[in-house]
Design a protein around this ligand. Structure first.
Ligand SMILES: [Zn+2]
Ligand SMILES: [Zn+2]
Length: 357
């Protein structure tokens, strides 16, 4: 038995109750969680933005200790500390071979049958392929990447989604390089990491665009050279953006952010779309300008992350003091207070609230 925060109906608050986890099958591990951060995707999912199955346990940005390794698991052993992400991948399909494990085309046993049940046997969906608002998860071994034991679990948990996604959007999808001008729309968990990714990659100017002044202040601490409050000023008129941006990263989950992003590009610039609006939202653009000015629109899932390579590299950057993780964690809450943690997030008070077990 493990305690889990269950979403019974989209739009309703989650309730903490006992669930039963199946033992790990072939290629799977059971992880006893130490911390799970709350991502905007969890909240959007719980609100029904993308459909899906209920009842479900959400949570997909976690850190914990391997408790049990299933058959055929060679790379992980009990006691090892891991970061858990939703990037379940086979390592053998075309997309995996291309270095895009987040786009893996394989189907896994866990995709067909959730490992989570209520005590009476009723199945509970494993939301976002993790179900990590729970004391324990059973995930595919590819979703668990070893990390050191001496670092704080809450800080490491955010590596599982926000950091991978934001850093990857800047480094991989945006290919940000030295001397460039980069604009990041939305300074939430992913946005702040796109900002620090652009700064680490050597961008000259990194302009944060948001509608909340507190988020813009946080953005400066993460390496933004300027901030624009889109509610009171036109980002295109901001000094640093006068010549247009080489790369714009749209992390806000809205079609409007995509349209705004295209308007900020200079000739030959790249718009990276990483935020996911609710299903059905559509953006408009002028194809003639796209062709005439040689612009590119690039979509990226999870920042095109390769967790097995990226997480150890990001941990090393953190230990060198070059990557901020502690600053992403606004507060920690016990599982019972998940409703409070989500409410604070909705009020815009948190970068990441983290459930600590
Ligand atoms: Zn996420
Ligand atoms: Zn694959």
């Amino acid at each position: 038995m493990a305690r889990a925060a269950v979403c019974h109906r989209f739009g309703d608050p989650m309730t903490v109750e006992e669930v039963v986890l199946a033992p790990p099958g072939e290629g799977e591990v059971r992880v006893q969680l130490e911390a799970c951060a709350i991502c905007h995707s969890d909240v959007a999912y719980a609100d029904g933005a993308w459909g899906g199955t209920v009842p479900t346990v959400l949570g997909h940005e976690a850190c914990g200790l391997v408790a049990e390794a299933g058959p055929e698991v060679t790379a992980l052993r009990p006691g090892q500390r891991v970061v858990v992400s939703l990037v379940r991948h086979c390592g053998a399909c075309g997309r995996c071979a291309d270095g895009e494990p987040a786009l893996c085309e394989a189907t896994f046993a866990l995709d067909e049958r959730s490992p989570i049940r209520f005590a009476d046997g009723e199945p509970v969906a494993q939301g976002l392929r993790c179900g990590a608002f729970a004391e324990e998860v059973v995930v595919h071994a590819s979703q668990a990447v070893p990390v050191p034991r001496h670092l704080p679990a809450a800080s490491l948990s955010v590596l599982g989604c926000a950091v991978l996604t934001g850093m990857g959007a800047a480094e991989r999808a945006g290919q940000v390089g030295p001397g460039q001008t980069v604009a990041v729309i939305g300074a939430g968990g992913v946005g702040l990491n796109a900002i620090q990714g652009a700064a680490i990659a050597g961008a000259d100017a990194v302009i944060a665009i948001d509608v909340a002044d507190e988020k813009l202040a946080a953005a400066e601490a993460f390496g933004a050279t300027a901030g624009v409050n889109a509610r009171s000023a036109d980002p295109a008129a901001a000094g640093a953006l006068a010549g247009g941006a080489d790369v714009v990263i749209a992390t806000a989950g809205s079609a409007r952010a995509v349209e705004q992003g295209l308007a900020l590009l200079r000739r030959g610039g790249t718009l990276v779309v990483v935020g996911m609006p609710a299903s059905g939202e559509e953006a408009r653009f002028d194809p003639t300008r796209l062709a005439h000015d040689g612009m590119r629109i690039v979509g990226t899932k999870m920042g095109s992350a390769r967790p097995a390579d990226d997480i150890p590299r990001l941990v090393a950057l953190y230990e060198d003091g070059r990557l901020k993780l502690d600053e992403l964690v606004t507060a920690t809450y016990p599982l019972e207070a998940i409703g409070e943690a989500v409410a604070a997030m909705r009020r815009g008070e948190a970068v990441r609230n983290v459930i600590a077990f």
